[in-house]
Design a binder for this molecule. Structure first.
Ligand code: SAH
Length: 216
């Protein structure tokens, strides 16, 4: 495929899978039109990069379904000055989308090879406001906290306590919560009194493995 084929497929993906299924935030739609998803998947998966499904990225992990990326990014209600933490860098695609919407992104990945690959990819695309760290993201990043938004892109038994504590007042934590074979997106907002929690749509993510996730 040549670049214009990818561009056409990407415009089509946003129109049908994202906007067509109810994501309305123009900034999110614009970011998804701009970031080349095919650059974030292994060479042999490139032809499938704009299909409506997750794809393997190695090490038993996946790049999320584009629709899930759209829904989750919209639900975070991001504004340009925000500082965001992502847990589960994977390919770096979600981090790249976030990079166009906020001031600063910290993204943590537990598999060092994926962290290094995502970091190199983001650099090659001249995305300079994302810092990729290798480690257990269920502990968050206390040195860089608090965050306006935290997005977890792997499914855990519950929303990690450390992540709740690293939210600003008014900050949003979005994470898939539930059994390994199927979760529900949980949106937790930190209020002056505590936390407000809204359960969202059903989803299936790879497991969140770590001290506040599933055991390895
Ligand atoms: N956001 C990614 C999706 C990757 S899948 C993308 O856009 O491609 C989820 C990722 O979470 C996997 O790479 C997995 O290794 C990672 N992960 C699982 N548990 C983790 C933890 N405790 N800390 C950091 N990363 C974790």
């Amino acid at each position: 495929m040549i670049d214009s084929d990818y561009e056409r497929d990407r415009a089509d993906m946003v129109a049908r899978q994202i906007e067509g299924r109810g994501v309305r935030d123009p900034r999110v739609l614009d970011a998804m039109r701009r970031i080349p998803r095919h650059e974030f998947v292994p060479e042999i998966e490139r032809a499938h990069a704009y299909e409506d499904r997750p794809l393997p990225i190695g090490y038993g992990q996946t790049i999320s379904q584009p629709y899930m990326v759209g829904v989750m990014t919209e639900a975070l209600k991001l504004t340009p000055g925000d500082r965001v933490l992502e847990v589960g860098t994977g390919s770096g695609y979600q981090a790249a989308i976030l990079s166009l919407l906020v001031a600063k992104v910290i993204s943590i990945e537990r598999i060092s090879e994926l962290a290094a690959g995502a970091d190199a990819k983001l650099r090659s695309l001249e995305i300079n406001n994302v810092t990729v760290l290798n480690g257990d993201g269920t502990l968050g990043c206390p040195e860089k906290a608090p965050f306006d938004a935290i997005i977890v892109t792997a499914g855990g038994p519950e929303a990690p306590e450390a992540l709740r504590r690293q939210l600003c007042i008014g900050g949003r934590l979005l994470c898939p919560v539930g059994p390994r074979d199927g979760q529900r997106l949980s949106l937790i907002t930190r209020t002056p009194e505590g936390y407000a929690e809204e359960p969202g749509v059903g989803c299936v993510f790879v497991p969140l493995i770590g001290s506040e996730g599933w055991p390895n």
